[in-house]
Ligand binder design. Sequence first.
Ligand code: NDP
Length: 384
Amino acid sequence: MTASGSRPPRVPQGVAVLGSTGSIGQSTLAVLRRQSQHFRVVALTAGRNLERFAAQVAEWEPAYAGLAGGAADAGYPVGPDVLLQAATHPDVDVVVNAVVGAAGLDATVAALRAGKRVALANKETLVMAGDLVTQAACAGGGQLVPVDSEHSAVLQCLTGRDAGVSRLVLTCSGGPFREWPAERVRGATVDQALRHPTWRMGSKITVDCATLANKALELIEAHHLFGLPYGALDVVVHPQSIIHAFVEFPDGSVIAQLGFPSMELPILYALTHPARLPDAGVRRFDPVAAGPLTFEPVRTDVFRALGAGIAAGRAGGISPAVFNAANEVAVAAFLGGQVPFGRISEIIERTLDDHTPGPAAGLPVVREADRWARGRAADYVSRL
Ligand code: NDP
């Protein structure tokens, strides 16, 4: 975790929500609605959902509002630059990056360089350019705090303890196809893939959960956030999504963080870490209502995207950016009805097989790897 910030905190803290119309964006605004004494919305950005965005702007009256994917006549500034404007706005203290995909990278880096706290949901940022992102935080005095529930769980287990970590175990619901035979998984429909058993999320991450590519993205994210080698990072299937992560300490003790599946708690913690604020809107934990908690190994032979992503993470350099780009293209093609579910991992594996690994020596190199991988994955989409 990159930390810093010698400025005394402003009260209320100014918040920019990038991707405000999405699942995490809307949950963030729900949290901020209850925490108006402590936070005020300074900037909002969205992609294309003009109707929802206009309603949010009317409610929050932010100092800055931009529609990254909007048309020029939308009545707002448009284009990718709006993310940078919002992320570096002088009245913003905390940037909640809830954009989906590679489009979130530059805003994360710019906010960290400008000394902001980044509450990061956009895991693709760290997967593409983890070292460069953490360097940006060190250089600019920014602070990176995870929103992802598993990483928030790890941070909550570690905060206040200076004991060293020997292993992290991230939990994984297993997705909608956890118990399906391999052949049936290969032919799964979009409708089936979007029916996540425990979480309601945007469509890209929901498909990532069905392929388990999401867990590979999260392991790479954890590697960068907590500075641990891949050998110290494990995954276990936990269908109830109640325990979000386990942290094992050098003496063998294990501490876990629990809660009913809701992103509002990790979002709130990313805003307040290391402090905690009372929040009447968060459902209190009840062990009896949670019911039995079970665990299983991952079926890596069926969900091959996980192994491909871990291999890319271990290779480092530009390889995770190639993995991420191939996955984004394959998932978009699946959602658009161009390829069957079973081809997603195949497109990822083939694109990774074709790339030439190398160091991620600067953002232009990462962007070029991303561009190349999108092109190669798109070739496979049209050929397979
Ligand atoms: P959604 O698809 O619901 O929302 C994505 C947001 O990003 C929307 O506001 C969308 O705008 C905006 N957006 C899309 N493309 C662009 C672009 N090119 N430029 C600028 N903005 C864009 O996704 P989620 O909220 O589910 O996920 C967001 C991120 O958080 C992802 O990285 C995901 O992996 C991560 N995450 C999500 C969790 C969840 O529970 N949903 C849990 C943990 C992590 P619009 O809709 O207006 O087009």
